[in-house]
Ligand binder design. Structure first.
Ligand SMILES: [Zn+2]
Length: 428
């Protein structure tokens, strides 16, 4: 380690000297390579900051060298310099430049946070993901609770009733793999009907535990992903299509495959080979992954497929499948409450136990699920906006393409394969 320190510092100085704002021979390609180096250097400072990287190994080595020689303030200065270089280059490729600039704005925000700055929830969300969430008070969700109360009648407290009803749809451990493989294959078929993916794209499926999320896609590059499903809590049958579309097709795996094929390989835009988690790219990724479920499996089609294929595979009776489906649709209307609770908790207005209690009440979760949800908020903070708000924003945009299914898929394909920012999405 000691022996390598000096050459690393020299390399970092050399790299710093290459940062030449406004130089006549500067280009977005050069900025993009420095962008990748800088993002990878921040990734050395924070575990989990880089969600995926499959670009050139020399940029990764450069990133490590920079991180070894520089602290967070120097990295923040690098980010500012990169943004200054983009300004004069904007005209050449406006969307590419705007994307790089927005991603760098997020990196600047994250570096502020890593240096101990505490931002209010909405400001943090705006800085990292490019959207300021409009939060409703929790009382706005009381009418939804009343609707759900009527769907699942009984004497016990509503969260307990909803939990008990849903537990009847738990897939046994033995059946889980078969159910998920079939569901992901169905999501893939539905997506390939409208979007062409490279023939070598593949994913591996693994069941894991001790995580704060329910599923995760690790994109490995070369059109390959590893999809992990968390088995800490019982998995219900509806999650198969949800996770299959969200993590797989047309969600994270398909998005990453398209970015690699069309931007990284097709146009030589190396910046798309790195995916920093705390960036506007995540709002597009989570929003398109969540809306992708509805696009590939509109509710009626989803229920038909589940009843015909997945229920028999899971050895579950179908008699209450329709009522379960209605409950799931109603529960979706509570999604916004998750952001409100996260804001109250992260801004210090309520403590952890109150956050768990409110999550039980307004997400209708068991205590164990509520704790998993609050743990996620503790780990990923304002990232929670990307799911509900991201979904609604992508849905509004794709639905504005028209009622025809094909028109909606065409728009979805654009969002997934172009340098899309939250500000590119059309409001309904
Ligand atoms: Zn996701």
């Amino acid at each position: 380690m000691q022996r390598r320190a000096l050459p690393l510092i020299l390399l970092a100085l050399l790299l710093a000297a290459c940062v030449n704002v406004g130089a006549p021979n500067d280009s977005l390609d050069a900025v993009a390579r420095d962008y990748v180096r800088t993002q990878l250097a921040i990734g050395v400072k924070e575990d989990g900051y880089i969600d995926a990287y499959y670009g050139p190994a020399d940029l990764q080595a450069d990133g490590k060298a920079i991180a070894a020689a520089e602290g967070l303030p120097q990295l923040a200065a690098r980010v500012s310099q990169l943004r200054a270089r983009i300004g004069p280059l904007h005209q050449s490729e406006p969307r590419r430049a705007a994307f790089l600039d927005a991603q760098l704005n997020a990196a600047a925000t994250r570096l502020q946070m890593l240096q101990g700055e505490k931002l209010p929830f909405a400001e943090e969300a705006q800085g990292l993901f490019g959207v300021r969430p409009q939060l409703k008070p929790l009382s706005a969700y009381d009418p939804v609770l009343a609707r759900i109360d009527a769907l699942v009648p009984g004497e016990d407290a509503l969260p307990d009733r909803v939990e008990a009803f849903q537990n009847r749809f738990t897939v046994g451990r033995k059946e889980l793999e078969d159910v998920f493989r079939n569901a992901i294959a169905a999501c893939r078929t539905a997506t390939l009907r409208h979007i062409t993916l490279p023939p070598t794209e593949r994913f591996n499926l693994a069941f894991v535990h001790d995580k704060s999320w329910s599923g995760y896609n690790y994109y490995l590059g070369d059109y390959q992903s590893r999809i992990e499903i968390n088995t800490d809590l019982p998995i219900r049958i509806n999650r198969a299509i949800d996770l299959g579309c969200h993590e797989g097709y047309p969600g994270h795996h398909a998005l990453n495959v398209l970015l690699e094929e069309r931007l990284v390989r097709g146009r030589g835009w190396v910046e798309f080979s790195v995916y920093p988690l705390y960036s506007p790219q995540s709002l597009i990724a989570e929003g398109s992954a969540n809306f992708g479920i509805d696009l590939a499996f509109p509710p009626a089609r989803k229920l038909r497929y589940e009843m015909a294929v997945l229920y028999p595979l899971a050895k579950l009776p179908t008699q209450d499948a329709e009522r379960y489906d209605q409950l799931l649709l109603a529960l979706r209307d509570l999604q916004g409450a998750r952001m409100t609770i996260a804001q109250m908790f992260l801004d210090g207005q309520i403590g952890e136990e109150e956050a768990v209690r409110l999550t039980q009440k307004y997400q209708l979760f068991s205590e164990a699920r509520a704790r998993q949800s609050v743990n996620f908020t503790k780990q990923y903070r304002s990232y929670v906006i990307n799911y509900g708000l991201g979904r609604d924003m992508v849905a509004a945009d794709v639905e504005s393409a028209g009622a025809a299914e094909e028109a909606r898929w065409r728009r979805m394909e654009q969002l997934l394969s172009e340098p899309t920012l939250p500000s590119d999405l059309k409001a309904r």
